[in-house]
Design a protein around this ligand. Structure first.
Ligand code: UD1
Length: 344
C-alpha cells in the first residue's frame, strides 16, 4: 500500500492499531491528535512496532483556532484520503454535556472533510458505531437495521454518518465508508499498545482488566435479569486488530471505486457473548481472579446485540478472525505489561 493517509485520533485506542496496520502495509501517515484522551507515548510505540515513522500534528480538530494549520498541513501532506477517529466517546459524559459532544464530534468531522476537500482527496473512512442501532432490531443486525441512538454520543455518530452521505450526494468525487464498530477489545499482540481509559473505565473489558491487575476491587455486572442465556447482556466483541484490518480493507475498497459512494458497513464477528462469558474467558486468559457482584441494570443498556457482518465480507473481503480467547489474552498482555497504561 503506497497510500498517504491522514489519521485523526491516531494516538487513541483504535487509532493506534489502525496506524500500525496501515504502516505495516507500507502507507505513509499524517496523525492528528490533541492527546485529550490519548498519550504521545502511543505514537512512539506505534513507530517502534511498525518500524516506520509518522508525521505527527498535535492539534485539536474541533478548535476553530487550529483549523487553518490543520487544513494547510493536510494539503501539504498530499493525502489520498483520511480516516476520522478523533472525538469524544463517553456515553454518560455526553448526556451531561451534550453541547460539547455535538460541537467537538461534529466540528472535528467537518474540519477533516474541509481539509480533504482542500487537498483534493475526497476519500474518508469514518469511525462510527453499532450504537447508532436502536434496540428494536432482530439479531444479527445488518446495516438496514433501524437507527435510533439512545444518547448524545450515539447521535453524534449517527449525524456524522448522515452528514457524510449528504456531502457525497452533493459531489460524486467523494468516496466514503461509515464503519459501524461493534465492541472493540483486545490489544496489539506485542502488548505495547492498548486501551488506556482516563479515570473509571465505562466499558466492560478495560474494567475487567483493571480488576484482574489489582487496580480495582471488583466488577459490577449491570443486571442479570435480561432475557438472555445467563441473564447478563450480550455483545459482539471484536479484536481491535481485526477492526484495524477492516479500515485498511475499507480504504482499498474506496480506492477501487470509480464513482462516488457513501456506505455504512458493520464490523463485528457475528457472535455474541454474555458479560459472564467474557469474565470467565478473561479469568482463564489471565489466570487471575475477577471478583464481581450483580448490580442493577445500567440506564440505556440493551439486552443483546451482535452483527451481521456479511456486507464487509462481500465488499471488502474482510472478516474477523480472532477468537474471544485471543481478545482476552492480548488485552491481558497489554494490561499486565502496562498496569498503569502509558503513564508508567
Ligand atoms: C458502550 C456504549 C456505546 C459505545 C461502546 C464503545 C453505552 C450504553 N454504550 O457499548 O455507545 O459505542 O460502549 O465500545 O454505554 N457491563 C457491565 N459492567 C461494566 C461495564 C459494562 O456489566 O462495568 C456490561 C454492559 O451492561 C453490557 C456489556 O457489559 O452488557 C458491554 O458494555 P460496554 O463495554 O460498556 O459496551 P456497550 O454498552 O455495548
Amino acid at each position: 500500500m503506497s497510500d498517504r493517509i491522514v489519521v485523526t485520533g491516531g494516538a487513541g485506542y483504535i487509532g493506534s492499531h489502525v496506524c500500525v496496520e496501515l504502516l505495516s502495509r507500507g502507507a505513509s501517515l499524517l496523525v492528528i491528535d490533541n492527546f485529550a484522551n490519548s498519550h504521545p507515548e502511543a505514537v512512539t510505540r506505534i513507530q517502534e512496532i511498525a518500524n516506520a515513522d509518522v508525521v505527527l500534528l498535535e492539534r485539536d480538530m474541533a478548535d476553530p483556532a487550529h483549523k487553518t494549520d490543520i487544513v494547510k498541513a493536510v494539503k501539504d501532506f498530499r493525502p489520498d484520503g483520511g480516516i476520522h477517529l478523533a472525538g469524544l466517546k463517553a456515553v454518560g459524559e455526553s448526556v451531561a454535556e451534550p453541547a460539547r459532544y455535538y460541537s467537538v464530534n461534529i466540528g472535528s468531522a467537518l474540519t477533516l472533510i474541509e481539509a480533504l476537500e482542500a487537498a483534493n482527496a475526497r476519500t474518508i473512512v469514518f469511525s462510527s458505531s453499532a450504537t447508532v442501532y436502536g434496540e428494536d432490531n432482530a439479531n444479527p443486525v445488518d446495516e438496514a437495521g433501524a437507527t435510533a441512538p439512545t444518547n448524545p454520543y450515539g447521535r453524534t455518530k449517527y449525524f456524522i454518518e448522515d452528514m457524510i452521505k449528504d456531502i457525497a450526494r452533493s459531489d460524486d468525487k467523494w468516496r466514503a465508508v461509515n464503519l459501524r464498530y461493534f465492541n472493540p477489545v483486545g490489544a496489539h499482540p506485542s502488548g505495547k499498545i492498548g486501551e488506556d481509559p482516563n479515570g473509571l473505565p465505562n466499558n466492560l473489558f478495560p474494567f475487567i482488566a483493571q480488576v484482574a491487575v489489582g487496580r480495582r476491587e471488583k466488577l459490577s455486572v449491570f443486571g442479570n435479569d435480561y432475557p438472555t442465556s445467563d441473564g447478563t447482556g450480550i455483545r459482539d466483541y471484536i479484536h481491535v486488530s481485526d477492526l484495524a484490518r477492516g479500515h485498511a480493507a475499507a480504504l482499498s475498497y474506496l480506492h477501487q471505486q470509480e464513482t462516488g459512494c457513501a456506505i455504512d458497513v458493520n464490523l463485528g464477528t457475528g457472535v455474541g457473548y454474555s458479560v459472564l462469558e467474557a469474565v470467565a474467558a478473561f479469568k482463564r486468559a489471565s489466570n487471575r481472579d475477577i471478583p464481581y457482584e450483580i448490580v442493577p441494570r445500567r440506564d440505556g443498556d440493551i439486552a443483546e446485540i451482535y452483527a451481521n457482518a456479511s456486507l464487509a465480507q462481500k465488499l471488502f473481503n474482510w472478516r474477523a478472525e480472532k477468537s474471544l480467547k485471543e481478545m482476552c489474552a492480548d488485552h491481558w498482555r497489554w494490561q499486565s505489561q502496562n498496569p498503569d497504561g502509558y503513564t508508567d
